[in-house]
Design a protein around this ligand. Structure first.
Ligand SMILES: [Zn+2]
Length: 199
């Protein structure tokens, strides 16, 4: 038996989400069917609302509902220390760990010749501009321990070497290839405390 078309459409939409197979997609759709109309309206409104409101911070590339994100506009943050991350997913766990009080810079990816991602595809010009215009004393590279992370760190080291700024890299007690956004607070703390100076 096939599901009615509208139900089937929703199941197919859910299946487009990462990690959602057909069984889970059907469970989600049944659950929404059983919920009140108001609650389903709230749910669909949240999806659109998120899509309409969220944008990238003009300074660091973090998620924000305003031009400048909460971290960049927070007076209490140390604007002299810049932590370079691959993507926005690293920022949340780092913020929750509470160990870093500087500001961020989101690269939007890592250099990967295999996937055809070169330095020109990353948010690198903005880092150079920030070093020139802001008073940055240290740049901490917090990229994942992988070939791509390593390649990107080396590239950054090269373009930053003559800019009179200290460059460090977080220490890796982190297993190779591990998804950096799942690292716990203790490991983050150790990675920051034991960071190594590159330049
Ligand atoms: Zn920002």
């Amino acid at each position: 038996m096939n599901y009615p078309k509208s139900f089937q459409n929703l199941v197919e939409e859910f299946q487009k989400l990462p990690g959602v197979g057909i069984k889970t997609a059907e469970r989600f759709a049944f659950s929404l069917l059983e919920n009140s109309k108001e609650s389903v309206e709230d749910f669909s409104k949240s999806i659109l609302d998120m899509k309409n409101k969220i944008r990238s911070c003009k300074i660091c590339g973090n998620l924000s509902e305003t031009d400048i994100c909460e971290i960049c506009s927070n007076e209490k943050r140390n604007k002299n220390i810049l932590c370079v991350v691959e993507n926005i997913k690293t920022i949340l766990p780092l913020e929750q760990s509470g160990i870093f009080n500087g500001v961020y810079h989101v690269l939007g990816g890592l250099i990967s010749p295999m996937e055809g991602i070169g330095p020109e595809n990353l948010n690198l010009n903005q880092i150079l501009r920030r070093i020139k215009e802001e008073e940055i004393s240290e740049i901490i590279l917090a990229l994942k321990p992988s070939i791509e992370g390593e390649t990107t760190s080396l590239y950054l080291k090269e373009i930053l070497k003559d800019l009179n700024v200290k460059v460090t890299r977080i220490a890796y007690g982190i297993p190779l290839g591990f998804d950096i956004e799942y690292i716990d607070t203790m490991t983050w703390q150790k990675a920051f405390e034991d960071r190594n100076q590159l330049i």
